[in-house]
Design a protein around this ligand. Structure first.
Ligand code: FES
Length: 252
C-alpha cells in the first residue's frame, strides 16, 4: 500500500485487515506513506490488524513513513495481531450455532467492518457476498443467520431508526457519508433509547446525559456512560438492510 501526500491539507486513513488460518499461513503488510514538501497540514494514519485463527501462522507489518515537511497535523501508524476469541466462540456455540459456522461469523464480523465503511450499498453487498462465499468455502458449509431490519430507503442520513430483532433492540444508523451501522439501542448509563438521540459523524449521542457512542466500536466517547454497547454486522442485500441480532462484531 502506497500513499503519497503531495498537496496541502490532505488526509488519509488506511486500514488493512487479515485473517490467517492453517499451518504456514503468512501475510506481510507493507504500508508506505510519503508526505512531500508541499503537503503542509497533512493528517495521515495507517493501521494493520490481523486475526490469527490457528497455530503455525505468521503476520508481519512493515510501516514506512517519510516526511519531507515540518508542518503536518499528524502521521501515525499502528499494528495489532490477536488470537481468535474463544469466549466469543463459546458464546455463539451456547446459542446453538455449530463451531464451524460460529468461527465464520466471528471472522466475517472482523473483516466486514472495512466493507461497511465504503458507503456504497451495492458494492458493499457484493463484497460481503464474496467474503461469505470465501469463508463458506474455507471450512465447508454454513449459512449466515440474519433478519431484515428495514429498507435502505427508510434511513435518512444522520438519523437513527430503532428496530427490535429477536427481542434485541438495535439502533440502525446511516451516517452522513451514507455508511449504515447497527449498535445496541439501549444506553449503558440508563434505560434510554439511543435511536432517539443525535447522530454526528460516526457517533450517536444519548439525549439524556450526552454520552456519545462510537458507531464503529460501540464504545462511549464521553461520560457518564463508560460501558460499550454491542455493534452488529450489517449486510445490505438490494434495498434491504439485514442484521443478525445474535452476532456482534469482534472489536479489539
Ligand atoms: S442515560 Fe444515556 S447518558 Fe445517561
Amino acid at each position: 500500500m502506497y500513499v503519497h501526500h503531495d498537496a496541502p491539507h490532505s488526509r488519509s486513513r488506511v486500514t488493512y485487515k487479515g485473517a490467517l488460518n492453517g499451518d504456514g499461513a503468512r501475510t506481510v503488510w507493507v504500508g508506505d506513506v510519503l508526505i512531500g514538501p508541499r503537503a503542509t497540514g497533512t493528517d495521515s494514519y495507517e493501521q494493520n490488524r490481523n486475526l490469527v485463527l490457528s497455530e503455525g501462522t505468521r503476520a508481519d507489518s512493515i510501516p514506512n513513513l517519510e516526511i519531507e515537511t515540518g508542518d503536518i497535523v499528524g502521521a501515525g501508524h499502528a499494528s495489532a495481531t490477536g488470537r481468535f476469541d474463544d469466549e466469543h466462540l463459546f458464546y455463539l456455540q451456547a446459542r446453538g450455532i455449530p463451531e464451524d459456522e460460529a468461527r465464520r461469523l466471528v471472522v466475517l464480523g472482523f473483516l466486514s467492518e472495512i466493507v461497511q465503511r465504503i458507503g456504497e450499498p451495492a458494492l458493499e453487498a457484493r463484497l460481503l457476498e464474496a467474503l461469505v462465499a470465501e469463508l463458506e468455502g474455507s471450512d465447508g458449509g454454513g449459512v449466515v443467520s440474519r433478519e431484515r431490519a428495514c429498507s435502505v430507503a427508510e434511513l435518512e442520513p444522520d438519523t437513527a431508526k430503532r428496530v427490535v430483532l429477536g427481542g434485541v433492540p438495535i439502533a440502525v444508523v446511516k451516517d452522513s457519508a451514507g455508511a449504515i451501522h447497527a449498535i445496541g439501542d439501549t444506553c449503558t448509563h440508563g434505560d434510554i433509547s439511543l435511536s432517539e438521540g443525535f447522530v454526528e459523524d460516526d457517533t450517536l449521542e444519548c439525549w439524556a446525559h450526552g454520552s456519545q457512542f462510537s458507531l464503529l466500536s460501540g464504545k462511549p466517547l464521553s461520560l457518564p456512560a463508560y460501558e460499550p454497547v454491542p455493534v452488529f454486522v450489517v449486510e445490505i442485500d438490494g434495498d434491504d438492510v439485514y442484521i443478525d441480532p445474535d452476532v456482534k462484531k469482534d472489536i479489539a
